[in-house]
Design a protein around this ligand. Structure first.
Ligand code: GLN
Length: 537
């Protein structure tokens, strides 16, 4: 078993997660089985209770674990199977340690950060190793070196790597080399300082990946090599990618990062064949077609809040050789200026998941606009609930129809709380979560897109379609095309006699990859492109 630890220096948001994921792609394409894992130094037990404003999207795994969005990158870039073991927060570590203490597992001892907290962290690496049976485990440490709260993790991996030996464990430090305009040059000092900080703790990086906006010339590489104590060829230029994050594996390959890793860890594997990946990039950079897709949400302008949604839309584009221009529409702007002014000319409209009532009316207006103007519509989770409310109000004429989440006094709560949620009082990890089977109806758009009748998709919600209204909706032509196998929970709805109007209670965006676009997104982009094309003719 080989171990790679990815740390970050100078500032956050350097793309450590993407670097880890892209390295995973390369190692997989060298025929290695790879597992990825993320350690997060904050005290929440998981990110499930954090707002997207704090932390970006919450990514959900098959087993229902609510995780950091970097795990989404891991699943999109590799074929690794992630579980609750693959994301560990300080909160979880301390919770485990304190529960053990209360049980008496440490009876007689003083419980301390070293060794008890660090042991708990190391055990998690071993657990992932045992569960995944991977050849290589890549562990990303969240936060930035120098943070007080990250120290136990760094100490844990230092000890762990020492025990494994230099041929079995290595460190990659992702750092920042800023371009200072006034001086007209890239500066290496922050990198030197963050590496010095790591070395103080006893971690000596084997590779330094330098994020930079301008090329890192030979002199600078030499300087970093000299002052950070790494070989010249292990100073990597990680320049901002031009078009797409999916260029990352190719960029790391050009910089020979996977070769350096294989040399260090004594992995004798042939070079990665990335031809299929190059074809994906070709479709991203020079697609045959183009379409504009509006995403109507409330966390617009926050790049990370709908991460998986944006990625899945782009994958849907790859599946159609179609470049997607994402137009981020603020739902409250629709409320202020009307749907037409914000949505006219778009090839498709997507309403993603969400919580809380801000912008809800704008989203309902967007769904109505899509339905009435034959614009392809894809609704995800809240987006399905929105489509339902819109249909109830404007087609069934059920006045003040709403979701009980937003209007508990509505005379027509067409979206109501799941029975299983009625007794739930705690907020952390208590929604309907994770992969659940769904049965698709014959002759439905859903079955046609999936090419199957039983599917499995990931969930994260507390509310659902209210079955008291099923007959009314069915009579008016609203189709319940997917339900839980017992027929009780509505999972997919669609409106026929429309070019493409489909919405689901689950989150298909979590299962899409660039080389395996999700069928709902692929179908959506195909319909959107056809619609735009027809208009052009
Ligand atoms: N707020 C809605 C619910 O809890 C939708 C959740 C979501 O979009 N993830 O059911």
């Amino acid at each position: 078993m080989k171990y790679i630890f990815v740390t970050g220096g100078v500032v956050s948001s350097l793309g450590k997660g993407l670097t880890a994921a892209a390295l995973g792609t390369l190692l997989e394409n060298r025929g290695l089985k790879v597992a990825l894992q993320k350690f997060d130094p904050y005290l929440n037990v998981d990110p499930g209770t954090m707002s997207p404003f704090q932390h970006g999207e919450v990514y959900v795994l098959d087993d229902g674990t609510e995780t950091d969005l970097d795990l989404g990158h891991y699943e999109r870039f590799t074929h690794t199977q992630l579980t609750r073991l693959n994301n560990l927060t300080s909160g979880r570590v301390y919770l485990n340690v304190i529960e053990k203490e209360r049980r008496g597992d440490y009876l007689g001892k003083t419980v301390q950060v070293i060794p008890h907290v660090t042991d708990e962290i190391q055990q998690r690496i071993l657990d992932v190793a045992a569960e995944s049976k991977a050849d290589v485990i890549i562990t990303e440490i969240g936060g930035t070196t120098g943070d007080i709260e990250g120290l136990p993790f760094l100490e844990a991996i230092r000890e762990f790597a020492l025990e494994q030996g230099p041929q079995n464990a290595m460190f990659i430090h992702v750092t920042y080399v800023p371009f200072i305009k006034a001086a007209g040059e890239l500066k290496t000092k922050p990198t030197q300082q963050s590496v010095a900080k790591l070395r103080e703790i006893g971690i000596f990086p084997n590779i330094i990946a330098c994020r930079c906006e301008k090329p890192l010339d030979k002199d600078l590489r030499q300087k970093i090599s000299m002052f950070c104590n790494v070989p010249f060829e292990a100073v990597i230029e990680a320049k901002d990618v031009d078009h797409s994050i999916y260029e990352m594996p190719l960029m790391l390959q050009r910089e020979r990062v996977d070769q350096l890793v294989c040399d260090q860890l004594r992995l004798d594997r042939p070079a990665a064949n990335m031809a299929h990946w190059q074809e994906i990039i070709r479709k991203l950079i020079a697609p045959q077609h183009r379409v504009r897709i509006g995403v109507v949400g409330k966390y617009i302008g926050l790049q990370d809040a709908y991460k998986s949604v944006y990625e899945a839309v782009i994958h849907g584009g790859v599946g159609n050789d179609c470049g997607v221009e994402l137009v981020q529409v603020d739902a409250e702007d629709i409320e202020r200026h009307g749907a037409e002014s914000k949505l006219k000319g778009l090839g498709g409209i997507l309403v993603p998941g969400g919580f809380g009532d801000r912008g809800i009316e704008g989203k309902i207006m967007a769904a109505q606009y899509a339905r009435e103007n034959n614009v392809p519509y894809l609704g995800l989770c809240l987006g399905m609930q929105i489509a339902t409310i819109e249909f109830a109000r404007n087609v069934l004429k059920l006045e003040r129809a709403h979701s009980a989440e937003f209007d508990p006094a509505s005379p027509h709560p067409v979206i109501a709380m799941l029975d299983s949620q009625l007794k739930v009082t705690k907020k952390g990890g208590t929604m309907r979560l994770g992969a659940q089977p769904c049965q698709l109806g014959m002759d439905t758009l859903a079955a046609k897109l999936y090419g199957a009748f039983v599917i499995k998709e990931r969930h994260r919600h507390r509310f659902e379609f209210n079955n008291n209204y099923r007959d009314k909706f069915t009579k008016a032509g609203f189709v319940f095309s997917g339900t839980s196998p017992d027929g009780k929970l509505v999972e997919i709805i669609e409106i026929p006699n429309h070019p493409f109007y489909i919405a689901c209670q689950f989150h298909p965006e979590f299962l899409s990859k660039p080389d395996q676009p999700h069928p709902l997104f692929k179908g959506f982009i195909s319909a959107a492109h056809q619609k735009a094309h027809q208009k052009a003719l």
